[in-house]
Design a protein around this ligand. Structure first.
Ligand SMILES: *Cc1c(COP(=O)(O)O)cnc(C)c1O
Length: 391
């Protein structure tokens, strides 16, 4: 049994919380299969929490959601030279536009389909990654205005993405964004959605909210801020990664454990085998790092090398209380006693994003409706600088 339980009440709570905080519309980003949670599972919960639309990076991800029967508004923005904009238009998927060639290709596809394409103009305000470059704004906005006038496209939004390089850099990007909005308006186009903030800026910088925010990790209940926990931000982690004990053995002192014997039991103890490994997104480099899991409500250490399919927990003091099938929690909501995913992220010198998105395909995503704790999360008023987000 390898399960990622996905708490739908947590997702709804997180989206509602962000909506209250920002006071505007919320786009929930479900790229990379909903940050590893299962995009189709997240879709309805996010909409129920008050999201206006969902977004993916690639069109393929959005099309997969349509195939799964998800009919809500979708936006995608990362296109290659051969992206099939016709398929997007037919499936009513909104397209982020990053350059003139994309705009023209979208217009051509719309004419061919006999349908109007809905686009959102993505402008580069300083991330230097994607988006219309400032030197091209005028030309692209002029073309967009023409295409709007002839009815080929409608422009629902203008957006950009922050580099999270500090408050000054944020302010500079916001000033550039304001300039782009003004220039677009000068061309007679005033879209209904303007969005710059992802989770970090949404949670730390109200002046960057505009009328819409575009959040990923916060919807899943995780903190994008290095110095704030989920609970401090009023968020509830949605994923609980779980498995079970499938073998138990008492061993004498001096027993070597798993490949390479890099762990040797100092005393006689009991070892529990858990069928989850690096194929499931459990980093092999956690080996010997002090990472722990929860078994029967207790913190117990992972010992020995992590295999592709399995790892071992020293359950010594609990031995008499355990049977095969006993649940093992790898990470989840620390307010409910689970190890926070940030422990693995910290040990691996990465961010919580990378751990959740790396949970492998063998792990079954199971939506759960278990209600949240009634006192779930009184958020901290004090809010910090974003320093960690980099999706
Ligand atoms: C991934 C992504 C987001 C969401 O980022 P979070 O930090 O998870 O909120 C928002 N906008 C763009 C363009 C992204 O690529």
């Amino acid at each position: 049994m390898r399960i990622a339980e996905i708490s739908l009440p947590a997702v709804r709570h997180n989206v509602r919380r962000i909506k209250e905080l920002s006071g505007g519309q919320v786009i929930v980003v479900v790229k990379a299969d909903g940050y590893g949670h299962g995009a189709a599972i997240i879709a309805q919960a996010a909409m129920d929490g008050g999201a206006t639309m969902l977004a993916t990076a690639d069109l393929e991800e959005s099309l997969r959601l349509r195939e799964a029967g998800v009919e809500v508004p979708l936006l995608c923005w990362l296109h290659g030279p051969r992206t099939d904009f016709g398929a997007a238009i037919e499936h009513r998927i909104e397209l982020g536009v990053n350059n003139l060639a994309q705009l023209d290709a979208i217009a051509e596809a719309a004419r061919a389909a006999g349908l109007q394409a809905t686009v959102q103009l993505k402008v580069d305000t300083g991330l230097s990654r994607n988006g219309i470059q400032p030197s091209d704004w005028d030309v692209v906005f002029a073309r967009a205005a023409e295409l709007v006038a002839e009815g080929t496209i409608s422009v629902r939004g203008i957006f950009s993405h922050l580099a999270n390089a500090g408050a000054d850099a944020d302010r500079a990007q916001a000033a550039n964004f304001d300039e782009a909005i003004a220039l677009l308006a000068a061309h007679g186009v005033e879209p209904e959605m303007r969005h710059l903030a992802a989770s970090a800026a949404t949670l730390s910088s109200p002046h960057l909210h505009y009328d819409t925010v575009r959040i990923g990790v916060a919807a899943y209940g995780l903190s994008p801020l290095a110095d704030k926990t989920s609970a401090q931000l009023g968020l509830v982690p949605a994923m609980t990664l779980k498995s079970e004990i499938v073998a138990l053995r008492g061993v004498p002192a001096g027993t070597g454990v798993s490949y390479g014997y890099n762990h040797v039991c100092e005393t006689a103890t009991t070892l529990a085998l858990v069928p989850m490994g690096y194929a499931d997104g459990m980093p092999r480099a956690l080996n010997g790092s002090g990472a722990w899991v929860t078994v029967a409500g207790e913190h117990r250490p992972i010992v020995g090398r992590i295999g592709m399919d399995q790892f071992i927990v020293d359950v010594g003091p609990l031995a008499g209380r355990l049977e095969l099938g006993e649940p093992v929690v790898l990470f989840g909501d620390p307010e409910r006693g689970a190890p926070p995913v940030e422990i693995w992220a910290g040990l691996m010198r990465t961010i919580n994003y990378e751990i959740i998105v790396g949970i492998g395909p063998r792990v079954l995503r199971v939506p759960v409706e278990e209600p949240l704790a009634p006192d779930a999360v009184e958020p901290d008023e004090a809010i910090a600088e974003p320093v960690r987000s980099d999706a």
